[in-house]
Each structure stands twice: as structure tokens, then as C-alpha cells.
Design a protein around this ligand. Structure first.
Ligand code: PXL
Length: 284
């Protein structure tokens, strides 16, 4: 069985970060080890949340795992709370990366063009440079997150989005995904590009609702798909459909809580999408 490690916070209540990654990735048949970077009572959209910072635990936990000769097929990072935490995570990459291993960075630190409220302006720009949610189409035309500032252009502008993807590749990653992009009028979805110039786009009808944690859900399903031998495009497709199904299920439930998306009931859908995609992908 493949084993991955995810480095992100535990928001005890809130359906995000580790409480999404663990169930989704485990359901996809992959061992998901958690290295919690902080424990919060809730995610940071609640007022008065508590937060225990665990930055100092990253290095000792890593040392213990090294001593136990633990290896990971992928390292998956999500929400990180401080520049210092980013530095520790980079050290973790250096310690645990392998030639065949995957490093999957979800820059879950912003939405709608703004850093989450709990993060300071000193947050490392390179980390945010990976931030699809910083450069999601909804705000490209309103508040550019990249500098130099892009021109104010009406959507959709495939050229502009391609330029953004290229800038992300220039930061050093092999493959990049831009989520929340208006890939066609009325369709929201994913754009992907890799170092060889191969690109893809995948859109689904834009739903009127939006919920907290959908980015975490997308990233977790994507990592699970990749660990099952899917290509990034296949993984992104099933992740997008899973998120869309979860949003629809939440929207029709009048008792749904405001703070997250009801993904639990959609796990069987995810697994059948995974099965179909695996048949196309061939043996892992
Ligand atoms: O969903 C991303 C996320 C993860 N972790 C914490 C958050 C958020 C978004 O607000 O506050 C603590």
C-alpha cells in the first residue's frame, strides 16, 4: 500500500485540512500519515478559535521517523500558519523526498485574492506563488495577486491564465494546476500544465453555492488519485467531480452546517470515479 504524509493543521471542527485529507485519502486505499502543524478548535473563519502551534514538533517528529526508516510515496502540504512553519516544511522535503516521490503543495492560505485573516503579510511569496486560490479567475480581474500587476482584462482570457501557469512552472514545479478557473463560459474547473508544455482543461457547470474547505477536498482527492496511478489530468477530473457532487449534496440539505462541505456521503461516488479512471489508466 502506498503511504503518504500530509503536513497541515488539525482544525478539530470545520471539515478542512487533516479532517478532510485523512478520510478521503484513506478511502482511496492509501495510508495517510498526518504531521499536524497546529491544533485549532475550529478553522479560522470562526470567531475566537484557539490555536496551539506545533511548528517546534516538525523536526523531532521527522527525526523519529528517519530513525525508524520511514519512507513516503508522497508529501502533501496544505494550510501552513507562518513563515517559520514553511521553513520547517522545506527541511522536511529535503529529508524525505525521494527520486520517485511526489511533493504536492496546496497553497491553501488564501481565497478570493486575500490571505486568510490569521496570516501575516510576511508570509513567503514563493509559497503563495503556488496559490491557485489566490489567482482564481473570480478575482483576477479585480485584484491581481501577482506582480507585475496583470492588465484589467475581461474574462475569459486563456492567454492570461496560461501565463499564470507558466509563472508557476517557473517557480520550479513539474506540474501545476489552477483551480476555480472559468474554463468556458458558465463552467468552472481546472487548468493544468507541465514542464513539457502539455496542458489540459476540465470544466463543470458553475454552481451558485460555495463552501469552505472545497480546495482541501479537491487537493486530497487529487493526491489520492495520483497515488492510485492516475495522471494529473485524470486525478484532477475525478477530484473536480467529487467536489462538485459534494457541493450539490450540501446545497440540497437544509440542515447543512455553514462551515464546511458535506463530502462524506459522496465518498462512494469518488470511489466509483476512481475505479473507472483506473481502468483507463492501467496497472499501478
Ligand atoms: O481550508 C483551508 C484552511 C485550513 N486550515 C485552517 C483554515 C483554513 C481556511 O480558512 O482556517 C486553519
Amino acid at each position: 500500500m502506498k503511504r503518504i504524509v500530509t503536513l497541515q493543521d488539525i482544525s478539530c471542527l470545520g471539515r478542512c485540512s487533516v479532517t478532510v485529507a485523512l478520510p478521503v485519502i484513506s478511502a482511496m486505499g492509501v495510508e495517510c500519515v498526518a504531521l499536524p502543524t497546529a491544533v485549532l478548535s475550529t478553522h479560522t473563519m470562526f470567531p475566537d478559535f484557539t490555536c496551539l502551534d506545533l511548528t517546534d514538533q516538525i523536526a523531532p517528529i521527522a527525526r523519529h521517523w528517519k530513525a525508524q526508516s520511514i519512507h513516503f510515496d508522497a508529501i502533501y502540504t496544505g494550510y501552513l500558519a507562518s513563515p517559520d512553519q514553511c521553513d520547517r516544511v522545506i527541511e522536511f522535503f529535503q529529508d524525505f523526498r525521494t527520486p520517485d516521490g511526489l511533493i504536492f503543495v496546496d497553497p491553501a492560505m488564501a481565497d478570493g485574492g486575500k490571505l486568510y485573516a490569521a496570516l501575516g503579510p510576511d508570509f513567503p511569496r514563493p509559497w503563495l506563488g503556488f496559490a491557485p486560490r489566490l489567482i482564481s479567475w473570480s478575482q483576477i480581474s479585480q485584484r491581481p495577486a501577482f506582480s507585475p500587476a496583470p492588465p484589467m482584462i475581461p474574462p475569459p482570457c486563456p492567454q492570461y491564465m496560461e501565463d499564470l501557469l507558466k509563472k508557476l512552472l517557473d517557480l520550479g514545479c513539474r506540474q501545476v494546476l489552477l483551480t476555480g478557473a472559468e474554463v468556458r463560459p458558465g463552467e468552472v474547473g481546472v487548468l493544468g500544465l507541465d514542464q513539457t508544455g502539455r496542458s489540459f482543461s476540465y470544466g463543470l457547470p458553475r454552481l451558485p453555492q460555495s463552501y469552505h474547505g472545497t480546495g482541501d477536498l479537491f487537493a486530497s482527492a487529487c493526491v489520492g488519485g495520483l497515488m492510485n496511478g492516475l495522471t494529473l489530468e485524470q486525478a484532477a477530473r475525478i477530484a473536480a467531480r467529487f467536489v462538485s457532487a459534494s457541493i450539490s449534496a450540501t446545497a440540497v440539505n437544509p440542515d447543512a452546517s455553514w462551515y464546511g462541505v458535506e463530502f462524506e456521503g459522496q465518498i462512494p461516488t469518488l470511489l466509483s470515479l476512481l475505479d473507472q479512471a483506473r481502468q483507463l489508466a492501467g496497472p499501478v
